[in-house]
Write a protein that binds this ligand. Structure first.
Ligand SMILES: NC(=O)c1ccc[n+]([C@@H]2O[C@H](COP(=O)([O-])OP(=O)(O)OC[C@H]3O[C@@H](n4cnc5c(N)ncnc54)[C@H](OP(=O)(O)O)[C@@H]3O)[C@@H](O)[C@H]2O)c1
Length: 413
């Protein structure tokens, strides 16, 4: 049986200007560049206490904000060679067939920049399902272990790993070759972020992919501000709920969420949306115009595609921005570019995993910023269900049946 859990938000007090000064000083010391969070901070949603900031400078900044190329925290590296051990993993042997939980042999030797981690939790994501069903657009070799959003503890480090050591708690994104639905996985140092002791492994596996993508889309690409009205589709899904949380609670924008059921709509309102609607593609425009008093929305964050995307375009205000973030409907819309002209709106794509190679500094900083926003109590990921590794097929089914809200997590250890 799945365990159902909900996270809750703690209250924050506003120490905007004090925090800005202290944060600048802190960032100077740690040589990081605040690419994304700075304007969120300017919105006034800041730290809980001054003590919190000082504590964080000791406990958290070191693992989350060091530059990989210019580490301030170079450590001695002891490579622990493992014997040919085995571990449990959920393995796909044939496309569109259930995963089989079985013993898999560990790789004996790590490459220079690889880190072996004991996986405690792994997020279950739409990409896992697509790849298991042969719909990911790659010719996947078998056997294959899905799962890319892991959280766990470092077990062993490669000879040139600088920023992590055995025992560190880490979040990893392993989008190039997956393998996270397992007790152990090997991941490149550049895809790992350190996490504070206080963060649970469940939260660690529910943050970076969704909040990172939403932060890139809303902040970096669409430059969301407090006076924006943001329409989020699939608003109760993993990505959608992260977009609602960020837009409403960090950027203080007015959010309208669209989703499949009244229960989901209620969750979206609880998360901070000013209005949430059950989708009915045919009257989406009239509903949105009703709640925006005829103005339409300045930003659309879409993770559904298909008819919902096409209908949502009719809701965009003059000079609006439309973020294309995903295709939960599996229908990729074709947009006639003449549609862009009357409202002079912009279409914007966003893919977190592609930033890894295209702009690695931003990729790293997004991860740091999401972790920091969580620590400051500004965002609160919602986990609707936690399954064990043995229940992996039930976890996938839970998502496929659209029963989930927010994130679904595999608890592996
Ligand atoms: N760009 C990126 O970097 C990035 C990052 C993460 C995810 N994504 C993509 O974004 C999309 C959503 O991801 P997610 O993590 O939010 O997934 P999710 O947690 O499974 O949520 C998706 C939601 O989409 C809604 N939906 C609408 N039409 C659907 C349909 N025909 N089939 C299934 N669901 C439908 C469902 O909510 P209702 O029942 O309320 O309709 C569902 O809960 C996926 O395509 C994913 O691959 C992209």
């Amino acid at each position: 049986m799945a365990e159902f859990r909900t996270t809750s938000r703690s209250s924050n007090c506003v120490l905007g200007s004090v925090f800005s000064v202290l944060r600048s000083a802190l960032l100077l010391v740690t040589k990081t560049k605040p690419l994304l969070v700075s304007s969120a901070i300017r919105t006034g949603r800041t730290l809980k206490t001054l003590g919190n900031l000082i504590a964080r400078s000791g406990n958290v900044v070191k693992p989350t904000s060091i530059s990989l190329s210019n580490s301030l925290f170079t450590r001695s590296h002891k490579v622990l060679l493992q014997p040919n051990a085995s571990y449990r993993a959920a393995v796909l042997h044939e496309i569109a067939k259930p995963l089989i939980v079985e013993d898999v042999t560990s790789t004996t030797k790590l490459k220079d920049l690889e880190v072996r981690i004991n996986v405690y939790t792994c997020g279950v994501n739409a990409s896992d399902i697509l790849i298991c069903n042969g719909q990911y657009g790659v010719d996947q070799k078998m056997p294959f272990v899905p799962g890319f959003e892991v959280c766990g503890e470092v077990k062993e480090i490669g000879p040139k790993v600088k920023n992590f050591n055995v025992g560190d708690r880490v979040i990893g994104l392993k989008k190039d070759d997956f393998a996270g639905f397992a007790e152990e996985c090997v991941i490149l140092e550049q895809d790992l972020w350190g996490v504070p002791q206080a963060m649970t492994f469940e939260i660690g596996a529910s943050l970076l992919d969704t909040y990172g993508t939403a932060l890139l889309g809303l902040h970096r690409r669409a430059e969301v501000e407090a006076d924006d009205t943001v329409l989020v589709t699939a608003a109760a899904g993993g990505l959608g709920l992260a977009a609602v949380d960020l837009a409403a609670n960090v950027y203080k924008a007015k959010v309208i969420g669209v989703c499949g059921t009244e229960d989901k709509a209620s969750l979206v309102r609880d998360k901070g949306a000013f209005a949430s609607l059950k989708y009915q593609a045919k009257n989406l425009r009239s509903k949105v115009m009703e709640v925006t008093e005829g103005k339409g929305v300045s930003i659309i964050f879409d993770a559904v595609g298909g008819d919902i995307f096409n209908e949502s375009l009719k809701c965009v205000a003059h000079e609006g921005k439309v973020i294309v973030a995903g295709f939960a409907s599996r229908q990729i819309p074709n947009v006639s570019t003449n549609l862009l002209l009357p409202q002079s709106f912009s279409l914007i794509g966003v893919s977190l995993s592609h930033y890894r190679d295209a702009n690695n500094e931003v990729y790293r900083q997004v991860g740091n910023d999401v972790i920091e926003l969580y620590e400051e109590g500004l965002i609160s990921p919602h986990i609707s269900a936690v399954f064990t590794l043995e229940q992996v097929n039930a976890a996938i089914d839970f998502l496929v049946q659209r029963k989930s809200t927010g994130k679904v997590i595999l608890k592996i250890r």
